[in-house]
Design a protein around this ligand. Structure first.
Ligand code: NI
Length: 169
């Protein structure tokens, strides 16, 4: 099932999500739906709050569906260490058509659980490190525009406001 994606402005995107405590068929179905929703939207990552579900869960596929082994599910993830810095263009399915150069760590190590509740630790570099940080930010109610300068953030907010007024958001 493809979910509608919640856009910037909805309060669920700016509050911390609840830990996942039950690892069952329902969670597996939700993860499958999140992948389907992410691929349909041509994203490389999707966090549960973006489909209106305030749970600490995200999916990532930096291959965009090309490589089945690139599919990652992170449940209750936390960044445990980071290294270096990178600045690359970043976007978000909840802020369609807005992109900005965003600073992120070059490498990031994440600890969490898989869909069955098993503990996992993953290290990503480049785009994957960026995706880890972006999606885990979502679970903490943080959007990428909060990682930008106030000037850039305010400019994006103003443009969104105009779109809202025009009924185009
Ligand atoms: Ni996002």
């Amino acid at each position: 099932m493809i979910y509608p994606i919640v856009k910037y402005g909805q309060p669920i995107l700016e509050r911390a999500a609840e830990p996942v405590t039950e690892f069952n068929a329902e969670l597996e179905k939700l993860v499958a739906d999140m992948f389907e929703t992410m691929y349909a939207a041509r994203g490389v990552g999707l966090a549960a709050p973006q489909i209106g579900i305030s749970k600490r869960l995200c999916v990532i596929d930096e291959s965009g569906g090309e490589n089945p082994s690139a599919r990652l599910v992170l449940v209750n993830p936390e960044i445990v260490s980071t290294e270096g810095e990178q600045v690359q263009e970043e976007g978000c399915l909840s802020l369609p058509d807005f992109r900005a150069n965003t600073p992120r760590p070059l490498r990031a190590t994440v600890r969490g659980q898989d869909v069955h509740g098993k503990e996992i630790t993953l290290t990503g570099e480049g785009l994957l490190a960026r995706a880890f940080c972006h999606e885990i930010d979502h679970l903490n109610g943080i959007l990428f525009i909060q990682r930008l300068s106030r000037l850039k953030r305010d400019s994006i907010k103003r443009r969104v406001k105009k779109l809202v007024k025009a009924g185009e958001w």
